[in-house]
Each structure stands twice: as C-alpha cells, then as structure tokens.
Write a protein that binds this ligand. Structure first.
Ligand SMILES: NC(=O)c1ccc[n+]([C@@H]2O[C@H](COP(=O)([O-])OP(=O)(O)OC[C@H]3O[C@@H](n4cnc5c(N)ncnc54)[C@H](OP(=O)(O)O)[C@@H]3O)[C@@H](O)[C@H]2O)c1
Length: 276
C-alpha cells in the first residue's frame, strides 16, 4: 500500500464526509491554510462547493478514489454508523488517515476500528469549539485528540498542525477520559441549555449578568442541532449518570426550598398563637 505524497509538503488533501455547519466551518480554515478539500455529504452541496472552488461528490466511490491523505468525518453522532456503512471503504488503495471530529469519542473510535482495514490510520479528535466560539479565530481554544492507530506520523502531525498553527490548546488524552470529562461539562451544559429552551426564558429589561449568561446559553444551544444533543447522551456511556445527577440536584434544591418554606410558615403560625 502506498502512502501520502502531499503530506510531506505540509499541505494535505482532505476529503470531508458531512458538509453541515461544522464541516463547512472547518473547511474554511483549511482552505485558508492552502489544503486541498473534496466533499461528500447526504445533502447536495454542489452549489456551495462550486462557490468555494472545491469538488463535491454525490457518489462516495469517486470521492474515496480521489487520493486523499485524510478522510475527515464530520457527520452527526447518531448517523455515524449508517454513514460509515454506506461508504465503499474496500475501494481505498492507499493508507489514509481517518479523522473524526465527533463530540463523543469512544463511539467513533470503536466504529472506525470495526469498519476500517488494519492498514488505515485512525485519529480521534474533538475541537472543543464551534462556529460561534471560534468565529474570531481559534487561539487558546482547546483541541482534544487521541492517536488511536497512527503509523504515518508525518500525515498525522500535518493534520494536527492545522489546529496548532491557529493557536489551539492541544490536549492529547484517551477517548475514555474525554467522554468522562465531556459528560460532566459539555453534556451538562447542553442539558441545562435545553431545559432553558423548554421553559422559554427570555431577556428582560432588568437582566443580571448571570441571567444574561443563561440567555446566551439558551441561544447557543438553540443554534445547535437536537441530533448533536441526543448524540451526546446516547453515545457517551458516562452521560446517563450526569442526567441522574442533574435530576437529583434539582430534587435536593426543591426539597431544601420547600422545607425552608414550611419552617417559615410554622414559625409564623407559632408566633400568631403566642400572640406575637
Ligand atoms: N457544531 C459544533 O460546534 C461542533 C463542535 C465540535 C464537534 N462537532 C461535531 O461535528 C459533527 C457535525 O456537527 P454539526 O454542528 O454540523 O451538526 P450535526 O447535526 O451534529 O451534524 C450534521 C452533519 O451530519 C450529517 N448527517 C446527519 N444525519 C445524517 C444521515 N442520516 N445520513 C448522512 N448524513 C447525516 C449532515 O449531512 P448533510 O449536511 O449532508 O445533511 C451534516 O453534515 C458532529 O459529530 C458534532 O458532534 C460539532
């Protein structure tokens, strides 16, 4: 099996699978850096790709035959399994680095190791930012990665340089460690944001700074897909515990308030009985 030709010059041929919000967001920086991009996606993005000057393949076969150094998986978490199954992966004739950017990590790692031939390299990543938080550049934003199966270090480090050179905080950690931490941070954030959406909080004329943070959280969460949120729960085995913790936390706060209220009422009626 032959290996990369373009990676030694530091520019990569990157084939993106899934050209939704996040795929497009990553592509704009990669194009700015001089990488060559090709795209395939469920939706027809041929017009947009035409404007960007990059090829769009409806058909996955010519996409895979386009001699990419990297195949970058940017599909939703819940569609990953079907998307991977739909790709004619046996047609790949050269070692390719498969990278995913899904917001959970054990799930894509397991699936990629299952469906890919042994010769293919696997890098699991999670850019801890999105189109909103990264709109003014990626400096000091975290980028998590796990070199799950990497033999071609040159291509892998060229890919990581895309984020390093933008000033990202590069965080190497296992997929398991990522999922534990992300359940406690990202999942809890999205869950609280979704609750705020459900109760319909709105900005008022007397906002405190803290309340403005909540309004912003509600807006951010509303701008991300429900597929993303459900994926954070269904495909992160640590998220269920965090959902239970949230429920318990809510119940404890409620009980404390009701108890206080009862004590106050009791003290008021005692005072009244004692003639105070
Ligand atoms: N948005 C962020 O801030 C952010 C940050 C870090 C990581 N991520 C990760 O990046 C990935 C993409 O996120 P996103 O924000 O673009 O939104 P998303 O709703 O999680 O994913 C949208 C993408 O998934 C594809 N897709 C959805 N259902 C599909 C299906 N049944 N078959 C084939 N393709 C399907 C869409 O394809 P079409 O567009 O062709 O319909 C689109 O490319 C996710 O895995 C997410 O966890 C997102």
């Amino acid at each position: 099996m032959s290996s990369s030709s373009s990676s030694s010059q530091n520019t990569l041929k990157v084939g993106i699978v899934g050209f939704g919000t996040f795929g497009q967001f990553l592509a704009s920086t990669m194009l700015k850096q001089g990488h060559t991009i090709t795209v395939t996606s469920r939706t027809d993005y041929s017009q947009l790709c035409n404007q960007l000057g990059i090829p769009f393949f409806r058909d996955a076969l010519p996409f895979l035959e386009a001699d990419n150094d990297v195949i970058l998986i940017c599909t939703s978490i819940i569609s990953l399994s079907d998307v991977l199954k739909s790709l004619p992966l046996h047609c790949l004739t050269r070692r390719t680095l498969f990278v995913d950017v899904l917001s959970v990590k054990e799930h894509p790692r397991n699936l990629l190791l299952q469906v890919l031939a042994e010769e293919m390299d696997v890098l699991c990543t999670h850019p801890m930012f999105g189109p909103e938080s990264g709109k003014n550049g990626w400096k000091d934003l975290s980028f998590m990665y796990d070199k799950v199966r990497v033999r071609d270090e040159v291509t892998c480090s060229s890919f990581l340089s895309i984020f390093e050179s933008e000033g990202c905080r590069m965080m190497e950690m296992s997929c398991e460690e990522h999922d534990k931490l992300a359940a406690k941070s990202q999942f809890v954030t999205h869950a609280i944001g979704r609750i705020l959406v459900e109760i319909g909080i709105e900005s008022t004329s007397i906002n405190t700074k803290s309340f403005e943070t909540l309004v912003k959280l509600k807006e951010n969460v509303s701008n991300s897909s429900f597929d993303l949120f459900s994926g954070l729960f269904i495909h992160n085995r640590f998220a269920k515990q965090e959902l239970m913790n949230l429920e318990q936390g809510f119940e404890m706060v409620k009980q404390k308030l009701l108890k206080m209220n009862e004590e106050q009422n009791l003290s008021k009626s005692n005072n009244a009985m004692n003639g105070y």
